[in-house]
Structure formats: structure tokens, C-alpha cells
Design a protein around this ligand. Structure first.
Ligand code: ATP
Length: 889
């Protein structure tokens, strides 16, 4: 929380004395007016989820047939079938409910926040808690959280296209255009707004019903698999009808054959395919959240795994965004500044000798401009509570003094504020000397910012700061300690050289300038150059490893920055993004080439510097034309189009604006590049897991269908009865398949090249693997069934053998599915506890149904001898053993 008084100084609050509500008043209003939210579509209820489990026509037919068989007297079997169907439905319900809940929680996490003044302090609160009469502070990139009236503005432009359809931003002012509306977007400037209406009482509330139609779209993979599921369903249905008809023709009782057909259809049709994928994606999303990546669109999870280019901002994503001024240059002076982070204590050194910076006029003016042309706030964290407990700081792991100081606002400005504080020029001192009248806000296109203020003598001054290459071209004179001189082209060249020297030390350099406004215009022109200020922003430690991983994974890392070319190269080189021989393009160079030329160049460029947001769009388009899948980060209001255009638009959680967050498919909660790479890794793992359980589910289903189909074709008695088919389905397709969906990765997924986005799910021979294994499972089961029947002449024993074989082959196969490269005996089997548990559970149930007499009567099983079990085990292991041998040879 930050003091409202200091913000009042920045806003020149003489014009408005309203200081917002107290927390108590806000609470009362919240009770009276309710939350500031639009009525949402009714959430999916538990009842609906339960009902959904039975909406499948086959399950309904199965239940009806079971009830008929109940009436006909086969009570125990009928009840057991009903129980199995219900267990299946319960499993489905639990999974779907968990998925719904976790998606809801994610939505809450990405809900917008707003800055309000409460009890005289600026606080960041959930936008839903805003009440009428709240005083809110708005800045470029904010989504306006409620309807209200501006009471103070600084070049305040709002995009109201959502309400009016008009794409040109509207300038708001106190007199003729003061109203702002919920959901519209601040494109430029800053304002203070008094909230007039909230929630459904806003203009947005009135049209809210029109917006309710927006639904969550299925991901491309979900859609493709839904199609596949349907195809398999029809195929299975055809086969089941065929089996039923053959059975009936052969003289089996009609009703029994119907039940066999329906049970087989229920077991074989992979109706859980899409549901399991949704669960797999949702659980993956949870894992990503633990790694600080908040997924906003489920489809991003799939796309992440294919990304072949990662375009990242520099400041804050690749660097720490903890800027500290280390160098100051003015005419004839080059001063070093010491200190750490945002802690406002440090020394000013001239040739290693400590000096008072206020003794040098030009340095003093540089520091004043730094402090006044600034909207950030410096504050110290309150650790009195920890101190009061009187326990040694070691135990509490107290933050160091430099970490106690934090900045609200732009860290570049924070660094400038801190250096002014180091010289004793704090807010109190500066606001006594200068009173702010107006502001031309910073904008990443203009790359500079100015304020107009009056000093104690009543003179009007413009203070400007910004990128040196931009600001210097607006200067015609130079401030020296002996007076103002003309800024000749020679001096200009020297300054540019000094700027480049500072930049090559990886410093971000800002130029400060000023002019008196009494005679000249209030445009940013004809300025007096005062000095250069260099600040360090160290690369993030995690970024070094992340970039290495990225390159190893065949992904091209690209730095896109608003900063100077030399600073950008210095940092990119340290991080390993830029290698000697790589190309660097600046915004100006980008403006000179067309799309086709850029398309040819992109593969060799690793750094783009001094770019504006519109250049980002050009770069993405060029990569996309070259068939790359691009992840692009962004934070500012103007980054939204690029974020939307990217295959994966990535917004910053801390420094990002509402607009970029809303346009993004993923938010980095810690603004960290390493998090993006972790999310890509997670995306690859999730895709692999989807392949794993599709492989498992389909090969098992093929095995089940083939057992019955070929058995009937060969004129054998039915290898399995309905209750056995259903229990095989429950024991193998249920928990083990889901556990496979959350399988930890055993291979380094970041060692491979990115997958092609058009690559089908069955690529790289997966389809054949599935069909082959399905045939093997069916063949092994029939082999056991036929041989046991021949050897014992007992149909129950033969069926029990087939039943156990079908379960065992599948429970062994589930472990094989953990890797497409390794054989069963190379795979770490015990690294997935839920899978081990699921398999043990299934084994326990299958053994119980074979050996517990009461269950034997229900499942029509007969106890098998040790030898018989041994044969089944050997046969079930035969294929994995053979494939291991084949792999070795
Ligand atoms: P990156 O794109 O790597 O994240 P950035 O977002 O900080 O960098 P911009 O914000 O576009 O890049 O800044 C571009 C340039 O504008 C900076 O190099 C700096 O010279 C100048 N600049 C940045 N912030 C301010 C500010 N608050 N006031 C004036 N000038 C600024």
C-alpha cells in the first residue's frame, strides 16, 4: 500500500479534494450494492454432471436390458452389472467435477484487480469489490472496472469500441467528456475516477446478456479425437451388431446375445477418450500453475509443445527488472553511483572520490528531473510484526535491507527516483520546489515522457526523460555547469559515443532534458540536454539455464526489446541468445523492409532492438509465414495485437496490463522467461501423456473386441460373458488410463525438436503400435481360452482364463505405454504412484472375483490352478519380452 499524499503531489490534486472511501464505508456499500460482477451463466451443477454420465444411449440400453434380466430372474448378475455401471459413472463424475472445479479456480486466479484509494491509501483489490463512490486510479492498459466520472486526467484516452464499435480512442476530460464505462480500455495516460455504478447497473451490465453466449471452445486435439471417438464408436457398434447376429443365428438365446453385444459395445467404445483428454489437460494446467504459468486457453497447452520460436521481451522477463542507476554523465562529468536495488542509500563517486552530487549543478538538475518526471513510488516493507516477535532474524530469514525497499510503478522510473533519494532529493524536497501542472505520459512508441511544472519562482518548466537517441534529437542546447551552450553536431556525436559506451556495459541509458516554457511551445522540442543516466538490470539467473534448454529443444530464442541495440546485444550475448554472426535489427531498419524481406531475414536475427509494439506484429507474421509456431511475450497496452496474433500469446502477471492479459493464452505469474520454457516442457509432457493413454486405451479396446469377434467367427463359445466384459472394462480402462494421463516424464522432453503442429496424434508409428498390440492381446486371450477349453472341457475355467489374460495383458501393457522408446524392462515402473495403486486395485479385484466363492457365482468364474495362472502370466509377458529382445538385436 502506498500513501495517497504522494500520488496527490504527482497528480497536482488541487483540482480535486476527494480522497475516496474508508474501508468501513466501502464495506457498507458492498452490502448495499453487491459485488461488482456481471451475472454469469448458471454454472454446471453437480446433478447435471451426474446426469451426463448416463446420457450415453448405450449405457441406457444396458441398464434397461439389465432391469429386464432382473425381472427375468437373473438377479445377482443384473445387480452386479448395475453396480459396475454406477462405479463407472461415479468415477466419471469425480473426474469431471474436479476438472470443472479446477477450471473455475483458474478463472478466479485470472480475475482482474483494480487500484482504489481506501482510507487515504492506494490498494490493489479484486475488481469485484469495487463499490459506488470508490476512487480508482487508472493507467494505460487498464480495463476500466466500473462506470464512473473522471475527476483528474493526464492525456487520458479510452478505447470504447466494445460499447460503441468506434475504433478510434476517445479523449476524456473533466468538463465535456467525463464518463468512463466498465469493460472499456485505457489506451494512454492516467486518470482518477469516481465510481458511479457497478455490476449489473453499469452500461455493460445492460448488455451483459448479449455477451453470455461466449463458451469455452474445445481444443483442436479434443475436436479431432471427438471425431475419432465417433468413428471408432460406429465401427465397434457395427462389430457388436455382427457378433450379436452371428450368436443368434448360431442358436444362442436372443436376450443373452443382446446383452453380450451391448456390454461389449459399452466396454469397447472409447467414450471416455475426450473426457480423459480434458482431465489430462486440466491436470496439466494445474501442474503448470505450480510452475507459475497460468493457462487461460486450454488449446495453449497443446500448442506449447509445438512452439519452435520464443520471442521474449528483455526487461523483466530475461532480466530482473530491478534497475539500479550506476552511472551519470553530464557535460565534463562522469559519476559512478553505488548502492543496491531500490534501497535509497549509496555514494556518488567522481574518480573514486566521494562527492556531494548537489554541488555539481548539472548533476543536481539531472537528479531533479529524474525525481520530478516520475510516477513511481518508493516504499519500505513493514517488518515490525516480525521484529516484535523478537526472534533472531536468522530464524525468520529476514530479507536484506535492499529487499525491504520496493517500487510501485515502472522500475526504470523507480531507479531514477532512488538515485534522486540517494542525493537527498526525496518527494518532500522536490514537491516543495516543483508543482506538477501537466504530463505527457510515457509511451513505448514515443520512448519518452515529459511533465510540465512550475517552480517556486513561478516559472513554467518542461522536464523530459527518455531514450537518448530519441531525446537528443529534440535538443538544441546543452546544460553545463558554466551555463547553457549550443548543442553542436560534434558535441552530439560525443554524447552518442558516450551513450554507446554505457550501453555496451549492458546499461539501460536514459537521457534527461528540460526547457523553460515562458517563451517556447509546450511541445517536446527545442530542449536543453542535461545528462545521461545509466542503470544496470542484471539478467535473471534462471534465464541462463532456460535459454540453454530452449536451444537444446530446437526452439529459437529471440529477444525483442524497446532498449538500445548495444544494451540489447550485451545482455543477449551474456544470456546466450546472441552469438557472433547473428543479425540484429532495429525498429528503424524494420520500417525500411517489407514483409517478404523480413520473412527471409528472421531465421538469422536473434535480437530486435528499439522496436515499437507494431514491429512485434511484423516479426510474428514473418515467422508464421515460415511455418513456425511462435510464443510471444508482451506487457504494454499496445502489445495486445501481437499477443493475439502469436500462436501462444504470453502476458506478464506482475507488470502486464489487463489488456495484454485478456488477449493472452497464458500468463507468466512471475514475469519470468524460465517459466515460459517450463510451460513448454510441461506442454510437451502433456502431449506425450495424451499419446500414452490413447495408445493404451485403443490397443486394449481392440484386444477386447477382437477376442469376442474372432472367437465368434471361429465358431467358439462366447469367450466372455457380459459381466466379465464390463468388469474388464472397469478394471483396465478406468483408473489405470487416467493414472497414465498424469505420468511423470521419464525421458528428457527438451532433448527433441518441437513436434510439427500438423502432425497427427498417431504419427511416428503409433497407429501400428496400437493395432499390433490390440491383435496380440486378442490373440493371447483366445489362445488361453481355446487351450484351456480343450484341456479342461470346462467353459467356466476357459472363460476365467480369458478374463484373467485380458486383464493381465492390459495391466502389463499399461507400463509399456509409459515410453515409446524404452522396453518394459528399461522403464522405471514405480515412478507413478497413482498408476501402481490403480493396477494393484485392479489386480486385487480380479483375483477376488476368481477366488472368492461368493464372487465366483456372480462373475461365473472358476478358480484357476497355479500352473494355469503361470501360463497366463508367461503369455502376457511374452510380447514385452519379445519386443525387448527385438529392440536389443
Ligand atoms: P523490453 O521491451 O525489453 O521489455 P521495455 O519494455 O522497457 O523493454 P520500452 O518500455 O518500450 O521497452 O522502453 C523503450 C525505451 O524507452 C527504453 O530503452 C528507455 O530508454 C525509454 N524508457 C523506458 N521507460 C521509460 C519511462 N518511464 N520514461 C521515459 N523513458 C522511458
Amino acid at each position: 500500500m502506498f500513501s495517497f499524499n504522494s500520488i496527490k503531489a504527482k497528480f497536482n490534486t488541487d483540482r480535486s479534494s476527494y480522497e475516496g472511501l474508508t474501508e468501513k464505508e466501502a464495506k457498507q456499500r458492498l452490502e448495499k450494492y453487491g459485488f461488482n460482477t456481471l451475472k454469469e451463466k448458471a454454472k454446471i451443477s453437480k446433478i447435471k454432471i451426474i446426469a451426463d454420465q448416463f446420457k450415453d444411449i448405450l449405457t441406457i440400453i444396458l441398464l434397461i436390458s439389465t432391469v429386464i434380466s432382473l425381472i427375468m430372474g437373473d438377479t445377482v448378475e443384473a445387480i452386479t452389472i448395475i453396480i459396475i455401471v454406477f462405479i463407472n459413472a461415479t468415477l466419471g463424475f469425480i473426474q469431471e467435477y474436479r476438472t470443472e472445479k479446477s477450471m473455475e479456480a483458474l478463472k478466479k486466479l485470472s480475475a482482474p484487480h483494480a487500484r482504489v484509494v481506501r482510507d487515504g491509501k492506494i490498494t490493489n483489490i479484486p475488481a469485484s469489490n469495487i463499490v459506488p463512490d470508490d476512487l480508482i486510479i487508472l493507467e494505460a492498459g487498464d480495463k476500466i472496472p466500473a462506470d464512473g466520472k473522471v475527476i483528474e486526467v493526464a492525456s487520458f484516452y479510452v478505447d470504447e469500441s466494445l460499447l460503441t464499435g468506434e475504433s478510434i480512442s476517445v479523449e476524456k476530460n473533466i468538463s465535456s467528456c467525463p464518463n468512463v464505462y466498465m469493460g472499456t480500455i485505457v489506451m494512454q495516460g492516467r486518470a482518477k475516477v469516481i465510481v458511479k455504478s457497478t455490476g449489473m447497473n453499469t452500461e455493460m451490465g445492460k448488455i451483459a446478456n448479449m455477451l453470455q453466449g461466449i463458451t469455452e471452445e474445445a481444443t483442436p486435439l479434443q475436436k479431432r479425437l471427438e471425431e475419432l471417438g465417433k468413428f471408432i464408436a460406429y465401427l465397434c457398434l457395427g462389430i457388436c451388431i455382427f457378433i450379436t447376429l452371428i450368436g443368434i443365428i448360431r442358436g444362442e438365446p436372443i436376450f443373452d446375445m443382446l446383452l453380450v453385444g451391448i456390454s461389449l459395445a459399452v466396454a469397447a467404445i472409447p467414450e471416455s477418450l475426450t473426457a480423459t483428454i480434458t482431465i489430462c489437460l486440466a491436470l496439466g494446467v494445474q501442474r503448470m500453475l505450480k510452475r507459475n504459468a497460468l493457462i487461460r486457453k486450454l488449446s495453449a497447452v497443446e500448442t506449447l509443445g509445438c512452439s519452435s520460436v520464443v520471442c521474449s521481451d528483455k526487461t523483466g522477463t530475461l532480466t530482473e527488472n530491478k534497475m539500479t542507476v550506476t552511472k551519470m554523465y553530464t557535460y565534463n562529468n562522469l559519476i559512478n553511483v553505488t548502492g543496491n536495488g531500490f534501497n535509497p542509500s549509496g555514494k556518488f563517486l567522481n574518480n573514486n572520490i566521494q562527492i556531494n552530487p548537489l554541488d555539481i549543478e548539472s548533476i543536481k538538475l539531472s537528479l531533479e528531473i529524474s525525481g520530478v518526471c516520475n510516477n513511481s513510488e518508493l516504499s519500505k516493507k513493514d517488518i515490525s510484526n516480525i521484529k516484535k516477535k523478537g526472534i533472531a532474524s536468522k530464524i525468520y530469514n529476514l530479507p536484506s535491507i535492499s529487499e525491504l525497499w520496493t517500487i510501485e510503478g515502472d522500475p526504470t522510473e523507480g531507479a531514477l527516483l532512488v538515485v534522486a533519494h540517494k542525493a537527498g532529493l526525496n518527494n518532500n524536497v522536490l514537491s516543495k520546489k516543483y508543482r506538477r501542472i501537466d504530463e505527457i505520459p510515457f509511451d513505448s512508441n514515443r520512448k519518452c515522457m515529459s511533465v510540465i511544472c512550475s517552480d517556486t519562482k513561478g516559472s513554467k518548466l518542461m522536464f523530459t526523460k527518455g531514450a537518448p537517441d530519441i531525446v537528443i534529437n529534440k535538443c538544441t542546447k546543452m546544460y553545463t555547469d558554466r551555463g547553457i551552450i549550443e548543442l553542436t553536431s560534434n558535441i552530439k556525436r560525443d554524447i552518442i559515443k558516450i551513450n554507446e559506451n554505457l550501453a555496451s556495459e549492458a546499461l539501460r541509458v536514459l537521457c534527461v532534458a528540460y526547457k523553460e516554457l515562458s517563451s517556447s511551445s509546450s511541445k517536446e522540442e527545442d530542449l536543453v540536454f542535461v545528462g545521461l543516466i545509466g542503470m544496470i538490470d542484471p539478467p535473471r539467473q534462471e534465464a541462463f539455464i532456460a535459454i540453454k534448454k530452449c536451444i537444446l529443444a530446437g526452439i529459437k530464442p529471440v529477444m525483442i526489446t524497446g532498449d538500445h541495440k548495444i544494451t540489447a546485444i550485451a545482455i543477449a550475448k551474456q544470456l546466450g541468445i546472441y552469438k557472433d554472426g547473428d543479425k540484429v535489427l532495429t525498429g528503424i531498419e524494420l520500417d525500411k523492409i517489407d514483409e517478404k524481406q523480413l520473412q527471409k531475414l528472421v531465421k538469422d536475427v536473434s535480437v530486435y532492438s528499439r522496436v515499437s509494439p507494431r514491429h512485434k506484429l511484423m516479426i510474428i507474421k514473418a515467422f508464421k509465414k515460415n511455418n513456425h509456431i511462435v510464443a510471444m511475450t508482451g506487457d504494454g497496452v499496445n502489445d495486445a495485437p501481437a499477443i493475439k496474433e502469436a500462436d501462444i500469446g504470453v502476458a506478464m502477471g506482475i507488470s502486464g496490463t489487463d489488456v495484454t492479459k485478456e488477449a493472452s493464452s497464458m500468463i507468466l505469474l512471475d514475469d519470468n522467461f524460465a517459466t515460459l520454457i517450463a510451460a513448454i516442457e510441461e506442454g510437451r509432457i502433456i502431449y506425450k501423456n495424451i499419446r500414452k493413454f490413447i495408445r493404451y486405451l485403443l490397443s486394449c479396446n481392440i484386444g477386447e473386441v477382437l477376442t469376442m469377434f474372432v472367437g465368434i467367427l471361429l465358431g467358439m463359445p462366447l469367450p466372455l460373458i457380459p459381466i466379465q466384459i464390463l468388469s474388464v472394462n472397469l478394471l483396465t480402462d478406468g483408473l489405470p488410463a487416467i493414472a497414465l494421463g498424469i505420468d511423470p516424464s521419464i525421458e528428457n522432453e527438451m532433448k527433441n525438436k518441437p513436434r510439427k503442429s500438423k502432425e497427427g496424434i498417431f504419427s511416428q508409428g503409433l497407429l501400428w503400435l496400437i493395432v499390433f498390440r490390440g491383435i496380440v492381446i486378442g490373440f493371447t486371450t483366445l489362445l488361453v481360452f481355446g487351450s484351456f477349453l480343450k484341456a479342461t472341457g470346462n467353459l467356466d475355467i476357459a472363460r476365467t482364463g480369458a478374463y484373467l489374460t485380458l486383464v493381465l495383458t492390459q495391466l502389463i501393457h499399461v507400463f509399456e505405454c509409459k515410453s515409446e522408446k524404452l522396453s518394459l524392462f528399461q522403464i522405471p515402473i514405480f515412478n507413478n504412484k497413482p498408476l501402481i495403486l490403480a493396477v494393484l486395485c485392479s489386480l486385487l479385484v480380479v483375483i477376488s472375483t476368481i477366488y472368492i466363492p461368493f464372487l465366483q457365482t456372480i462373475f461365473k468364474t472358476a478358480p484357476l490352478t497355479i500352473n494355469q495362472v503361470g501360463i497366463i502370466l508367461l503369455l502376457s509377458l511374452a510380447t514385452p519380452i519379445m519386443s525387448t529382445i527385438m529392440r536389443k538385436s
